[in-house]
Design a protein around this ligand. Structure first.
Ligand code: ZN
Length: 258
């Protein structure tokens, strides 16, 4: 399969990433792919307005000349557009789905990671020796936008990322919608020191039914059973194995404790 272009647009249709994979990329094809990305977004909007599909993968959006264009919508509302050459476009749907899942993982790493310099807010949490650096995002699963973000110790006290993201919604006197999805760079904690509610309990109480996890919690402080507890209580947990190393890298300063 010959990949021509990957484009990611945010939910306001502003391109946040575009890569031309032609052997000799030039301004003409850049403009052409940009145009195709925008017309594909129109197709996505139509599909989303018509269908009630909760699947992120939208399949083939359109073919334009020799190019087949596929679409994928993230829970945050961002859209990923994949353009490939038609002669090879009769590929297994599973293969296309897999490519999108990998791009999805990469994109989550970017938006979910508050330690990433490219992030707008330029948030930085200060590493300490007694707790992890974690980032979390809560997105609305159906309306496709970010409801809240959080990172370790963002709010006063030894607060956790998931906790901060949930507390910020509560502070607005809002309820977490039933369709909400959580992204977190690390498995939500199942044990905390006295007086602190573990994030697993908070997630279960919030009603969130789908959690994407970057890395499992390493056994530095406690044996975490967060993923198991969520799953046992009917929450779907997707461990994004591709992100494991990157999410763990946020906590290299703690690894020496192992
Ligand atoms: Zn926690």
């Amino acid at each position: 399969m010959k990949l021509r272009c990957i484009a990611i647009l945010n939910r306001r249709d502003i391109p946040v990433y575009m890569q031309n994979f032609d052997e000799t990329p030039n301004e003409d094809t850049n403009v052409k792919y940009q145009y195709l990305a925008h017309t594909s977004v129109d197709v996505i909007e139509e599909r989303m307005a018509n269908g009630k599909s909760t699947d992120l993968y939208l399949g083939l959006l359109q073919t334009v000349g020799e190019i087949a264009i596929y679409g994928y919508v993230l829970n945050t509302g961002a859209r990923i557009i994949l353009m490939i050459s038609v002669p090879e476009y009769i590929v297994r749907s599973a293969a296309i789905r897999e490519i999108f899942q990998q791009i999805h993982a990469g994109y989550i790493a970017l938006v979910c990671n508050p330690f990433n310099d490219e992030q707008e807010e330029g948030k930085k949490c200060i590493g300490i020796d007694t707790a992890y650096n974690v980032g979390a995002v809560i997105a609305s699963g159906d309306k496709h936008h970010v409801l809240s973000t959080g990172y370790s110790r963002e709010l006063p006290g030894n607060t956790h990322a998931e906790q901060c993201a949930l507390m910020k919604i509560a502070a607005r006197k809002e309820l977490v919608p039933k369709t909400a999805v959580m992204y977190t760079t690390m498995e939500p904690c199942s044990k905390r020191s006295a007086g602190n509610t573990p994030c697993v309990k908070r997630v279960l109480e919030s009603g969130i039914r789908l959690v994407y996890v970057g890395a499992r919690e390493p056994p530095i402080f406690v044996q975490c059973t967060g993923i198991k507890e969520l799953t046992d209580n009917g929450v779907k947990v997707v461990h994004i194995a591709e992100l494991e190393a990157e999410c763990k890298a946020l906590n290299l300063h703690l690894e020496r404790k192992l």
